[in-house]
Write a protein that binds this ligand. Sequence first.
Ligand code: RIB
Ligand code: CA
Length: 313
Amino acid sequence: MPRKIIIDTDPGKDDAVAILLALAAPEAVEVLAVVAVAGNVPLARTAANAAALLELGGRTDIPVYPGCAAPLTRPLVTAEHVHGETGLNGLELPPPARAPEAEHGVDAIIRLLRAEAPGTVTLCLLGPATNLAMALAKAPDIAPRIAEVVWMAGARSEGGNVTPAAEYNVYTDPEAAAVLLASGLKLTLMPLDLTHQLLVTRERLAALRALGTAAARATVAMFSEIDGTPQREREREGIPLHDPTVIAHLIDPTLFGGRQINVEVETASPFARGMTVADWYGVTGRPANALWLNAAAPDRFFALLEQRLARLP
Ligand code: RIB
Ligand code: CA
């Protein structure tokens, strides 16, 4: 039986690949809804991008709900320098035929969790955790109904990608991260420690390009900036692929390894805002509140991605 999932996302180039991967794994995941959040680009764009990506994947039956337009307490910090003004730099998609729904994404999360049997819905977070944190505050009764939260978030050994200390999804809304870390929910984190091992290299781009499907072409279009131009990040031979790890983990839980540990988040420091303090060696004695996945299998991950993108239109 496939897991029922709600994808909460800020597409975003890597979010786009994660959404397409989810559509290519019907035996593993049933996408109940996509909820957009402000993040890489403003909400209007993340919602439109989500709808356009579902259309690209042939799934206009899946609704898109616009969620929060800003973090819980802080101004939005976007990432157009990484994802472009549109959020899907390199990929030209037609405007979606199905517009996002009128219902707010936070209300949709609450409604869907109340409608489904308790413990059967997994929240897949690919951006800042604003929507889920707000939903938990608005309707605490939904917490025991959530099977698991799988979130691309955090960093320990890799340092940050927004500041020296913080990964973007946590940096953008550290208060929302604190809500999730204190919630008692079953929480699985895919930090930069994992995703920085999963690099889109020229060779992997060539393999994707050879697939010939629109989904594979879209992926290549968004990640081909290393193809023929100077390396985007000189110390690496490719571009890290972050968000698809969330979906890949649901398709094949043997892909990644890690440890159940305590993770806290810095919300007060002007220098370490959004830093995830991951107690890998258990020195604090604080309760283990998250599964921290940091052991990757890059070749298996990209083989899965290629295999699945080949199945889409
Ligand atoms: O730090 C990487 C994360 O921030 C990814 O989710 C990417 O899409 C951006 O949102
Ligand atoms: Ca994202």
